[in-house]
Design a protein around this ligand. Structure first.
Ligand code: R5P
Length: 293
């Protein structure tokens, strides 16, 4: 208890200086609770409003993906350049040192493999374990139009309900089935359903035609997945176009960890996402960093 002897009289009241009451920087997030906002502010950089999420959760349905065979050796060195790491709890506990302070987005759904119907997922991490791991958000796959559409939506809404009680945001990851058109109409439908049902932010794919309509009618932030590996310049161009058309960042995996120089690539992606660097300049940066080894 504070010493009660010799208490100084309080005098710095700054009367006449109104207390600031700013809105929260992130789209659609102003009415969230303090803990939710604080976690989102760890994922999204408050200065740029954007995020570079490094996605390395692919093993949850496809095993040791190319580039992720040894996460300890090949992914941990990238941590200083990411805003957050998206991964499974198995990898978190077995490979990632708890002294690492980078915010974690935990893969919280699962239950199917590439050998079976992918949309047949369940919630795969209990909320108390997410709390125990001190995660900043929970990610759940949502299969709009998929065989187990309703089940995957209910996974999301249950996770959102649990997360709200704990102050942990939910990231809805829209998964596109093999036979579905990857167009603006589909992505507007998928992302809007996730946001309407309470997702705090949504991950989707970038498309050339009409992506700005997807971001503009989704009331919460959108981040894009990188998708399959493409040339570095093309991936940087995709990230640039997505940001210019309203995305709040990337949740990128293969185009970083399958790059010829993952360390150079993640820094170039960061320049695009946080500094609005053009694809040309970012690609130059990538080459310079790659050549420096
Ligand atoms: C699916 O496996 C995961 O949600 C990935 O995190 C997501 O697809 C992003 O990774 P990539 O950029 O490799 O598509």
């Amino acid at each position: 208890m504070a010493d009660l002897d010799g208490v100084k009289e309080a005098k710095n009241f700054h009367a006449g200086v109104p207390q600031q009451s700013d809105g929260f920087f992130l789209k659609g997030s102003n009415s969230l609770d303090w803990g939710m906002k604080n976690r989102l502010a760890r994922i999204f950089n408050p200065k740029s409003g954007n995020t570079v999420m490094l996605a390395v959760d692919h093993g949850y349905f496809q095993g040791p993906t190319t580039g992720l065979e040894r996460i300890d050796l090949d992914i941990l060195p990238l941590v200083p350049y990411a805003d957050t790491l998206m991964l499974t709890r198995g990898i978190l506990r077995s490979v990632v040192p708890p002294s690492m302070t980078l915010p974690i987005v935990i893969r919280a759904s699962g239950g199917s493999s590439i050998l079976k119907e992918l949309s047949n997922e369940e919630i795969a991490v209990a909320i108390d374990d997410s709390i125990r791991m001190n995660v900043s958000a929970m990610a759940v796959q949502v299969f709009i139009g998929g065989e187990y559409e309703k089940q995957s939506i209910h996974n999301m809404t249950r996770l959102i309900d649990q997360g709200i009680r704990a102050g942990i945001p939910t990231l809805a990851v829209t998964a596109v089935g093999k036979d579905m058109a990857r167009d603006a109409r589909y992505f507007r439908l998928a992302t809007r359903i996730c946001a309407e049902l309470g997702a705090h932010y949504v991950k989707t794919y970038y498309i050339e035609d009409g992506f700005e309509t997807v971001t503009s009618c989704c009331p919460v932030p959108i981040v894009i997945a990188g998708g399959k590996k493409i040339p570095e310049f093309d991936a940087l161009t995709m990230a640039y176009n997505a940001i210019q058309k309203g995305a709040n960042g990337v949740d990128m995996g293969r185009n970083i960890f399958q790059s010829e120089s993952p360390k150079a690539m993640i820094q170039a992606v960061g320049a695009v996402v946080h500094n609005n660097e053009t694809p040309e300049k970012a690609f130059q940066m990538y080459n310079d960093l790659k050549n420096q080894g």
